[in-house]
Write a new protein. Sequence first.
Length: 170
Amino acid sequence: MYIINSTDKDTAAIFDLYDKAIAYQKTKWKKHWQPFDRDMVRKEIEEQKQWKIIDDNNNILCIFATTFSDPDIWEEKDKEPSVYLHRIVTNPDFRGGRYVQYIIQWAKEYGKANGRQFIRMDTWGDNQQLIEYYKSCGFNYLGVFTPSKTEALPKHYSDISLSFFEIKIR
């Protein structure tokens, strides 16, 4: 397995995986992502913030995005140098590969190389299944928070509480 940057050629596959993730979320929970803005994803690709895990056959196993700044969600804690993980989506054809653990190992090296102290992520505050999964992957659960500035965020961040997670990079 390899983690490499997504390219413009991956845009259709990325949105296909987002659509499949939203369909899956609708079968499991009352909350789900809203469709994502194509310009946002294009910008992430251009800025090398959109990633994919591929296998030796060039199959996309999983996608995710990163950023070094997330003040609208993490507010004051954003001042601590961190790499933030967003929108982790596993290709349903390859579900069960525990790619989050692979992403964590990669993010530790990526974060270290970029002077970061933490790996951070969030999910819905009441999604106990994901909370337990992320804890089992090694994340420290920091509790439930409600972001106050959601205007610049994707639509699904409006009026919600989030569970926060972090791993200290050693």
